[in-house]
Every structure is written in structure tokens, then in C-alpha cells.
Design a protein around this ligand. Sequence first.
Ligand SMILES: [Zn+2]
Length: 249
Amino acid sequence: MAEKKETKKPAEEKAAKKPASKASEKPYSTAGATERRIGAVICWLAAIACEIVAICLYSGKIEITFMNTIVALVALLVIDLILVIVGSMLWKKANHIDPASEKNKVKFFLWNNMGVIACIVAFLPFIIMILTDKENTDPRMKKIAGIAAAIAIVIGVLFSIDWHPISEEAKSEQVKYQNSVYYTQFGKKYHLYGDCQHINTSDSKTEASVEEAINHGCNDVCKTCADKYEKENGKSYLDIQAAVEEGAK
Ligand SMILES: [Zn+2]
């Protein structure tokens, strides 16, 4: 007799393999979130250290002889910006792996905007110092450093904003709902159907659980897929999400 083949879907296997979370009741794994948050904080502290050095350099508290002060200031601001952005990327990833609860509005806001706050702290004091500096002897340095810092804070804030934040409640409900979805490298939504027109030709199409899609940064379902789902099932995927959001308020 022919051996009976196991036809379990990969997503089901994954769900079965997943160990029960001991630390919390969350229906998804939060592994890796804490390490990323620590990494983010280290980056941000290093960014602020760069800013402090830049302030000391600008105000003449420290002097360097091996390179032009203006070049050194701009270099410090660039390193400051890179550290802010890397920190914010790590922090945003951690927020998708382990999102904050919507129940605490203040924490939810702070958690999602921590990168923006870090960016402001890493640049604003420097900018204020330049704006309030009345007796600097070098107007060229003031102008160049001021413009560089202004550009850096704008870029830093834009990179630090989480344009698609997710809450603990929304993630908990979504990971329960569908087992197998699709996402692409740079997509912002996950798809219920592998042959969806938006991902049909994508080389980076990945089949995954909703949890993995959300961790990747795709926290919403694709509209086209949701419409198709509704037609096939007579039940709206989006309605269920909306009901969850209502419940969380
Ligand atoms: Zn789709």
C-alpha cells in the first residue's frame, strides 16, 4: 500500500510548532523585540553623544587641529543622522514584532513616536544653540552648520515616523484570523491571494503567516484581496478588522 502523504500546509505546521508563550498571553512571538529596542536606544545615545561633541566644537569648548572645524561639524551631524535613522529602524521593527496596546493612549503614542522624539533630542539643542548664538566669530560656520542640522532633523524625523503603526490589539486579532498570506519586500499590505494582481509579478512574493507579514511591516490587508474575499465568503475581512478596532476603543 502506498504511503499516505502528509498534506499539511506550511502555515499550519508553523502554528503547530509554535511553543506556547510563557511570558505573556499574546498570540504571537515577541522574540527579538527587546534586543532591537536596546540596539535602538544605544544608537540614539550615540547620536546624542555626537551632538554634544558638535556643540562643544561649535562653541569652542574643544578644538581640533587635524581637520577643518566646519567639515568636522558636518561629519558629526551626518553620523548623528545615520545613528538616529538606524535606531529608528530597529525601534519600528520592534514595534511591529511587539506592538504597544491601544488601551493606553499615551504609551501607544510615545511608543510609536519614540524615534521622532529621539531625533528631536539629537538635533534640536544644536539648532537652538546656533539660532541663539549672537557672538559667534564665524558666520560661515554658523550658516553651514545651521543648514546641515536643519536638513538632518527633517530627514531624521521623516525616517523615524512609523507611517503604518500597529497596536497589540490589531495584531492579536489579525494573527488569529488568517493563517497564510503573502507579502512583498517593499509592500505595505499583505495579500490573501497569491495571484493578486498587485503581487502577481513580484519576485519577492513570500508566503507567510499574518504575524510574519506584520513583523515585516505589512499590517493591513490589501483592498483588492479583501474585496475578493468578501465576494467568495459573503463576509467582509475589513468588517471584522473594523469590529476589532471598535472593541479596542
Ligand atoms: Zn492583494
